[in-house]
Design a protein around this ligand. Structure first.
Ligand SMILES: [Zn+2]
Length: 72
């Protein structure tokens, strides 16, 4: 609480504004992680193996091998 009071005096922010901004930032980050994290990891990526011997996850829209740069 001493830190917040010091911040108010030093930067001119209201304590409730600082707490509100922190909570808002936390919520936005949590939502973004949920939305983008899940899509990148599961929806757009598929497990494939290439004829050059490489295998791993690629985007199912591009389907391009990162090793030989050929279409899988
Ligand atoms: Zn390849």
């Amino acid at each position: 609480m001493l830190d917040l009071l010091y911040m108010e005096a030093f930067l001119g922010f209201n304590v409730m504004e600082v707490i509100g901004a922190a909570v808002l930032l936390f919520v936005v980050v949590a939502i973004l992680k949920r939305v983008f994290g899940r899509k990148v990891n599961t929806d757009h990526m598929i497990q494939l193996s290439c004829k050059c011997g490489w295998d791993g996850q690629v985007s199912k829209y591009t389907r391009r091998c990162p090793k030989c740069n050929g279409t899988i």
